[in-house]
Ligand binder design. Sequence first.
Ligand code: ZN
Length: 427
Amino acid sequence: MELLFRNVTVLPMDDTLEERVLRNMCIGIDKGKIAYFGAYEPGENAGRVVEGENLVVIPGLINAHSHIPMILLRGSSNDVPLEEWLFEHIFPREAKLTGEDIHAGSLLGMLEAISTGTTALCDMYMNLDAIASAAEKVGIRLHLTNALTSFDENENLEENRSFLQNRLIREKYRDSCLIKSLNGIHAVYTSYPRAWERVRKEAEENGKPINVHVSETKTEQENCIEKYGTTPLQTLDRYGVLDVGCIAAHCVYLTDEDIELMREKNVTAVHCPTSNLMLASGIADVSKYIKRGVNVALGTDGAASNNSLDMFEEMKLASLLQKGISLDPTAISAYDALKMATVNGAKALRLNSGVIKEGCNADLAVLDFSRIGLTPCYDHVANVVYSANGSDVAMTVIDGKIVYEYGRFACGIDIGKLRKAVEDGKK
Ligand SMILES: [Zn+2]
């Protein structure tokens, strides 16, 4: 065993087990996988032993919708309408970003992610090489895409940077178990049917899902219905986009027909509650989606509309919002919210993670339950979702390696220098 957790409390998120909280457990890790999970210590020496009855181990959190380099624009525009936010503040600043900026922003965002228990990201942005090389340094699991945008219906799509960049990453990281490139369509309002068909064909060929923004705002919904006669989801479906595996971010305005379509075509909805509130987009009725059999994962969206990458905030907010809009305290339980950030995210990304059991990826977040804010503990799941925040994470393990531990990052990046580069590079 390379790494052994001994005498820890575990929330395995494994519905085949009777207990949701297991005490005095051992987790043995070898070659990136959970090699042993049980009550007794496996009988061999471990390279490193971590123990403590106050340590609570959960599956690593999966941020299923992010734009990591947007950490560079954190707090750059606040309390303004979405259109003004996007067209007057975000787009002009993004146009000035260099590859170096994007690399630095990716490093900073990924360090924030791993220090708050996130082990995998599903990211959408530009300049993928700068993002992927940051992930390689930090050691985080990254699925990324340059999502297709094209406003010119006569564009030669074979030269669209989305395909070129996605293929570049797929080729360059062919042997990486951490970095994968997906297919992507930015949204129905930033491209057109011929482009969607081309992306679908690409997905058929490479077998990777399509990441797309769907029904984020009322305006998007209404404009799409006016232009195509159907909702964004149904419009994409007409061109086969939902048939090749699809991860749909936001899904704030799904109709009953949309929900049925999501279930039928096995499309994951990624709920981004903070971003949807920050930009006054609305509240997705995700408890209804879940009840009807849709897989719902959780995401932060970009830090420019969040303004953090702390998945603990998303879990708590996801649960509270549903209680508030349904007047039903059971609408999304603490366990449901934790499942969205682990099991459901893994399902969306087709990852062998999200649960703690033998044979799964050793992607774990370890919380320090001796913290004042987590005391007392009647219910471990409730404390994780309703009381904890990212700073309660003591240790993060990805692919069997400790990438973060009590304020220290294994990658050895000079944080002071990185902070200065990001601060000095503000647009
Ligand atoms: Zn987004």
